[in-house]
Design a binder for this molecule. Structure first.
Ligand code: CAA
Length: 260
């Protein structure tokens, strides 16, 4: 897999992606979005034995410090809407990806970087992680989903406060608010993310993919989440994973899931 601004490694079934523009604190420019699109729309679906994906930032300082502000200067309304929609669509690919995707937040996660982390299923914060949505400082609003996803994770009051003040919060506060799942020592984010992926990979893969869909469906105003749950429950009943999981329980052994 060749990308302009992403470094990837695949080891023991885990794909680790580093957003690699450290001189710009890994800000997301057009090329980086193209890379993410190619990866989450096509490439990652073709990896055999994929257990999960970790997204982190290159360098010591930053996960992703936002959208690349240098690309903003000549935007008119039409361009800005297209930019926002494209970013949202690409982050949606991450949110709906059928294997667990974890943000290993190793520094600044601001604006579009915070939104990238929000689109992942789980977030691990290193001790020096900083989360924030500083868009109002620039005279804009978040454009890659934070106005919607931040409320889902931390509630309306705190989401208002973060988006209106543009304050940054640290790792401990992010965990207290529910924005991050765990805080770990700086530099241990990817290790912790791998540990979680290994744990999740022992569970039935088709059921995990349905959990991802169903939780996302809850927030889709056009869908009836309870009905979606009934359908997923029915679908899973006829999978080999379910037969294996139930047999393993009855036979008092560990299940050996095939993801079918
Ligand atoms: N876009 C482009 N370049 C960026 C950037 C960004 N979002 N964030 C940092 N950089 C660049 C800086 O311009 C600087 O480049 P030069 O060395 O060429 O001058 C380099 O990265 C290092 O940054 P600083 O010197 O500013 O580093 P610092 O340690 O003093 O400050 C920081 C770090 C607090 C993160 C500061 O860089 C900052 O405030 N960055 C912008 C954060 C931001 O506003 N993000 C939101 C963007 S808007 C958005 O994301 C909209 C959306 O939802 C669609």
């Amino acid at each position: 897999m060749k990308y302009q601004n992403l470094l990837t490694t695949f080891e023991n079934g885990i794909l680790t992606i580093e957003v690699n523009r450290p001189k710009a604190l890994n800000a997301l420019n057009k090329d980086t979005f193209s890379d993410l699109k190619q990866l989450f729309e096509k490439d990652a679906h073709q990896i055999e034995g994929l257990k999960g994906i970790i997204i982190t930032g290159a360098g010591e300082k930053s996960f992703v410090a936002g959208a690349d502000i240098s690309e903003f200067s000549s935007l008119d309304t039409k361009d800005a809407m297209a930019l926002s929609k494209r970013g949202q669509d690409i982050f949606k690919l991450i949110e709906r990806f059928p294997k667990v995707v974890i943000a290993a937040v190793n520094g600044y996660a601001l604006g579009g970087g915070c939104e990238l982390a929000l689109a992942c299923h789980l977030r691990i914060a290193g001790a020096k992680a900083k989360f924030g949505t500083p868009e109002v400082t620039l005279g804009i609003v978040p454009g890659y989903g934070a106005t919607q996803r931040l409320i889902q994770l931390i509630g309306k009051g705190k989401a208002f406060e973060l988006m209106m003040t543009a304050d940054m919060i640290g790792a401990e506060e992010a965990v207290q608010l529910g924005l991050a799942n765990h805080v770990v020592a700086q530099g241990e984010e990817v290790t912790k993310a791998k540990e979680l992926i290994e744990k999740i990979a022992k569970k039935a893969p088709v059921a995990i993919s349905k959990i991802i869909e169903l939780v996302d469906d809850y927030f889709d105003k056009t869908k009836d989440g309870f009905q979606k749950e009934v359908e997923a429950f029915g679908y899973l009943a006829e999978t080999e994973d379910f037969k294996e999981g139930a047999s393993a329980f009855m036979e008092k052994r560990k299940a050996n899931f095939q993801g079918k």
